[in-house]
Design a protein. Structure first.
Length: 201
């Protein structure tokens, strides 16, 4: 009987030690995971290049100062057909400020002539109320700026997302407007101004 008790005690001792060893092993493994996860997160953060917030500089629009000759093509919502007309443009910077005057001239429709003030926000993230979504230099050397703003469009003034694409070059300027009506997934081309640089008269 004494031998059985001794044997049972030894077995229990070995079992308890093994259980304790496994418990310590699990604690160590979990501790390693706790330490490893934040280290991996930090490494990922520092290894990935920070995403640059797109912004426009005054010099990007200053390239456009001068006189331009071209055309306007717009979608007539009534007929659902495009219409093209002659359009010229004169752009002037207001002193050294972040504001530019865009004077729109329609040779065959002088009553439609108008002027717009275009302002770049101090942080460069907006053109007037439009939020800059992207800015990139294209293979042809022209600069492409894409902006978006919530607004209304159409004959019945439906709410929509208005997307503007500015293509800026020394000899070329294109200003395009695309519209995505609320509830729709596609953008439709509303209008596009296409200009070539010319000497001011």
């Amino acid at each position: 009987m004494q031998m059985r008790n001794t044997s049972s005690s030894a077995y229990l001792h070995i079992f308890s030690f093994a259980h304790f060893f496994n418990l310590v092993k699990k604690i160590i493994m979990n501790f390693k995971k706790i330490i490893l996860v934040p280290i991996l997160v930090i490494l990922i953060i520092y290894s990935c290049p920070a995403q640059k917030i797109p912004s426009v500089a005054i010099k990007d629009l200053k390239v456009l100062t001068g006189c331009w000759q071209g055309s306007l093509t717009y979608l007539d919502y009534t007929s659902n057909k495009p219409f093209t007309m002659s359009a010229n443009l004169v752009i002037k910077q207001m002193g050294r400020s972040n504001k530019f005057i865009f004077s729109n001239i329609y040779p065959k429709e002088p009553n439609a002539n108008s002027s717009d003030t275009i302002m770049i926000s101090k942080d460069g993230r907006k053109i007037n109320d439009e939020t800059v979504r992207s800015i990139q230099r294209k293979n042809d050397g022209n600069l492409e700026i894409i902006t978006e703003v919530s607004g209304i469009d159409g004959n019945d003034n439906k709410p929509a997302t208005l997307r503007y694409t500015y293509t800026i070059g020394k000899q070329l300027y294109i200003h395009r407007k695309d519209v995505q009506f609320t509830g729709q997934t596609d953008f439709i081309k509303r209008h596009e101004y296409t200009y070539s640089a010319m000497k001011c008269k």
